[in-house]
Design a protein around this ligand. Structure first.
Ligand SMILES: *Cc1c(COP(=O)(O)O)cnc(C)c1O
Length: 369
């Protein structure tokens, strides 16, 4: 058996002709950065998600820090972020000189809204939610909290393209919805890419200038900016992928449903879906006490798994200056010891899922039998 945790070839091969035609078209157009493909993708993505504006940028990290910078978040400000997230969520805050303040996750592996209040200080300026693993946060509770306290709300949607909370897409609840189009994401391009959604036209205009050296028009610069642009090839390829996003997410939902119905092992805790949420299953993440033993057992039997994420941000060297000691976020730290991401990708077959489920059901808790 040889089942990878993730693979991109199967989806690519399905629409290979379309992708190759578009890449050729852009190459032959002799226009490669900020052109008609980017404009068209921005319009199509905003419309799809139900937002007024989309601004393409160079990566998910850029989407996060640029959005927060232009929302006025910087030195002296605190931003509430989930303790269990990818490091880039936290860097989006710290890059701006603001202080990340970690909030523990709930049973759905997303930020526990009930624990926001206790982390609130006079310096709190914003909340960043991360719709981790494709699972939506409880946006009703979170929006009520940010509204009550006059805080900005930033959504990290790098893993949740197409996920819905009560019928509405993630990325449209906050002041900004920040997306990554890194190849492994549900809506991935063929290199780096990112995007910011917002309904605020002034903010959209500022982001549009900021991503391009702060220029309002060529060689006219009202503000200092950066260079963070989505390029024409990536935007063109994303336009194709976007047409299939719904079907791609439904395919993942079917794969997840199959895992959920076939895995029966009391040692394994299956992922739970938050009421009101619709997950797009960026990852299928189980919790297991002897996680490393299970990973070794699966690996020995030809099934690759990954850990999202083995070291929580507050325990990373880079964030030691925050003085959040080991032991202070017990739920986050336990998750880092116990989470395991099973194979999940577009094009995974029913046979592959059954093979993984059967291996899991045969596991008795040993290290690598
Ligand atoms: C991938 C990811 C990012 C960063 O996106 P890049 O495009 O790689 O910069 C941020 N947050 C989360 C939750 C991610 O999964």
């Amino acid at each position: 058996m040889d089942i990878k945790q993730n693979r991109l070839d199967r989806e690519f091969l399905r629409h290979q002709d379309e992708y190759e035609q578009k890449a050729l078209e852009v190459l032959r157009s002799a226009w490669y950065v900020l052109g008609k493909e980017v404009r068209a993708f921005e319009e199509e993505f905003a419309q799809y998600m139900g937002a007024k504006h989309c601004i393409g940028v160079a990566s998910g990290l850029d989407a996060l820090w640029i959005a927060m910078h232009l929302l006025g978040i910087g030195q002296g400000d605190e931003v509430l972020v989930p303790g269990n997230t990818f490091i880039a969520s936290v860097m989006g805050v710290s890059r701006n000189g603001a202080t990340p303040v970690f909030v523990e996750p709930n049973e759905y592996d997303t930020l526990d809204a009930a624990k926001l209040e206790e982390k609130l200080t006079p310096r709190t300026k914003a909340v960043m939610v991360v719709h981790l693993y494709g699972q939506t946060c409880d946006m009703e509770q979170i929006c009520a909290f940010t509204k009550k306290h006059g805080l900005k709300l930033i959504e990290d949607c790098a893993q949740s393209q197409g996920a819905k909370w009560n019928g509405r897409y993630t990325g449209t609840f906050g002041d900004t919805g920040c997306f990554s189009f890194f190849p492994t994401k549900n809506l991935g391009c063929f290199g780096d890419g990112g995007g910011i959604l917002t309904d605020d036209s002034d903010l959209a205009e500022k982001i549009r200038m900021f991503r391009n050296y702060g220029s309002s028009q060529k060689y006219v610069n009202p503000m200092e900016g950066t260079n963070s642009r989505l390029d024409e090839i990536q935007a063109g390829l994303l336009r194709i992928k976007l047409k299939y996003l719904k079907a791609l997410n439904e395919e993942r939902q079917e794969a997840a449903a199959q895992y959920l119905s076939q895995i029966r092992n009391p040692l394994i805790q299956l992922p739970k879906i938050v009421p009101g949420g619709e997950s797009v299953w960026h990852q299928f993440v189980i919790h297991v006490k002897n996680r490393d033993g299970l990973a070794a057992y699966l690996s020995k039997n030809g099934v690759q798994t990954l850990i999202h994420y083995p070291i929580p941000p507050h325990m990373q060297e880079v964030y030691q200056y925050l003085n959040v000691p080991q032991g202070s976020l017990p739920i986050t730290e336990q998750a880092a010891r116990e989470v395991l991401s099973l194979p999940m990708y577009n094009g995974i077959t029913a046979q592959e899922i059954t093979a993984v489920a059967e291996l899991l059901n045969a596991w008795k808790g040993e290290d690598d039998a």
